[in-house]
Design a binder for this molecule. Structure first.
Ligand code: EPU
Length: 425
């Protein structure tokens, strides 16, 4: 699938932000810990969510998913092996490891997939499970984890990994005894997942701090839980607002206190930012300044917005840079932006951009989720035609992006290839 964009910078209007992808992809697997039916609201309608719902159905759940509300009920005995290859389609499927350990004390599944951002080992997750008594057989493609006596432990993370913090938390909430996670990640999505678990009866203290204490419990009741808004989707549209020369963009249904690093940067380089209760208005009224930024764990500048912010560097005067410190290779968009004529290069872990760049039309390839979003942002800067191939990767993590962008005034269309169309017949 590909999209065609006729670029235009006069974009304006209101965009509604959906539920957080990185909360939802953990909360859905976490729901298997419930001993009663659960309802989860504000689940974004994205491909990763659809894949996880399919996996739940295969595991033994009846599901209904409509208007962003997901109802889940276990209807058959759950087998400890997830046979489907679909776990390879996304990263979040690895949360079945922690959740199954908590519920069944064992799991066998294929390794999860996700965006290619360089090396993405899961040694911190597995070391945590081992400390809780698990035996692991890692056969490359397949992984089996068994912990008949899953027991709370003190786990010191080498790095505040989002995935490891959540996965260990999922195993610990139903383990015997107390688990302490030191150097835990403090991303808002951890708090979201933790609150979901607490709403079912989990005993967790310290969410949002580097030390999380979990006392295992035996039974989880049902819940009706609402996922928080997606701060990365909101950031994507705020950067679009900064690029735009329209009357301003309102990004609605957000939690601004979770976006401080981005908002501070946008203000510092010259954007007008007005905050209201659950919305942010952004407008670029004057020439923006060049800037240098480093990605960091929360509350630092998020790696997930790194590729996107480099597009903003294309319109400012002088050299700007982004140092990526979380993933070893999150630069897939650089080569694509070069095809458009951007003056952009990578040296070691840093992207350098010289602006302003006059971009030309080109046919680009989206290599990963945030790369796709960055290329669409860049396409607005070129008045000609930009084609972005492999746009499926965008739909893995953004809800209704095409409709939302069209509503802001962008001429963007999806074009299915002949092979794609024949699949639907
Ligand atoms: N790491 C290890 N060993 C581990 C775990 C992580 O070496 O066991 C390393 C990673 O290789 C990486 C760093 O630690 O260099 C950070 O990884 P982390 O575990 O924090 O990231 P993740 O759980 O794989 C989640 C999000 C990412 C987001 C990062 C950082 C999900 C499904 N994914 O990934 O989201 O970039 O946290 O905030 O929640 C995205 O949305 O585009 C995306 C990639």
């Amino acid at each position: 699938m590909r999209i065609k964009v006729r670029g235009k910078r006069r974009l304006q209007g209101v965009v509604e932000i959906s539920g957080a992808k990185n909360s939802a992809v953990a909360i859905i697997p976490a729901a298997v810990l419930a001993d009663e039916p659960v309802t989860i609201r504000n689940i974004p309608d994205i491909q990763d969510v659809r894949t996880l719902i399919g996996l739940l159905q295969e595991i033994g759940y009846s599901t209904t998913y409509q208007d962003n509300v997901l109802h889940l009920k276990q209807v058959t005995k759950i087998d400890s092996e997830i046979k489907s290859d679909d776990v390879k389609k996304l990263r979040g499927s690895y949360y079945f490891m922690g959740a199954f350990l908590g519920k069944l004390r064992r799991i066998k599944m294929r390794q999860s997939g996700g965006c290619d951002l360089g090396r993405r080992p899961i040694n911190f997750h597995l070391d945590g499970f081992k400390k809780m008594g698990a035996k692991i057989e890692d056969e490359g493609e397949q992984i089996s984890i068994n912990a008949p006596k899953l027991t709370g432990s003190k786990i010191d993370l080498e790095f505040p990994s989002v995935g490891a913090t959540i996965n260990i938390m999922l195993a610990a909430v139903k383990a015997k005894g107390t688990t302490i996670i030191n150097n835990a990640a403090i991303e808002p999505e951890i708090i979201d997942v933790g609150n979901f678990l607490i709403s079912m009866g989990a005993a967790i203290e310290g969410l949002g701090s580097p030390t999380i204490k979990i006392v295992g419990v035996k039974y989880f009741h049902g819940t009706d839980f609402r996922v928080s808004p997606d701060r990365i989707e909101a950031g994507t549209y705020l950067i679009l607002g900064a690029l735009s020369k329209g009357k301003g963009l309102t990004v609605r249904n957000i939690e601004a206190d979770k976006m401080t690093s981005l908002l501070n940067l946008l203000r510092a380089i010259g954007c007008r930012i007005d905050l209201k209760e659950n919305e942010i208005f952004i407008k670029t009224e004057s020439q923006l300044q060049n800037f240098h930024i480093v990605t960091k764990p929360y509350p630092g500048f998020p790696t997930d917005l790194g590729q996107l912010i480099t597009v903003l560097m294309l319109i400012v005067e002088g050299e700007s840079s982004l140092k990526e410190t979380i993933f070893s290779n999150r630069f897939s968009h650089v080569y694509e932006l070069k095809k458009m004529g951007a003056d952009i290069r990578v040296e070691e872990d840093t992207i350098y951009v010289k602006g302003p760049s006059k971009l030309n039309g080109a046919t680009l390839v989206a290599h990963d989720l945030r790369c796709a979003a960055a290329l669409i942002l860049a396409s607005t800067l070129n008045r000609g035609l930009t084609i972005v191939e492999n746009i499926e990767v965008l739909l893995r993590g953004y809800e209704n992006p095409i409709q939302k962008l069209q509503k802001l005034g962008l001429n963007i269309q999806v074009e299915e290839k002949k092979e794609d169309i024949s699949l639907h017949i």
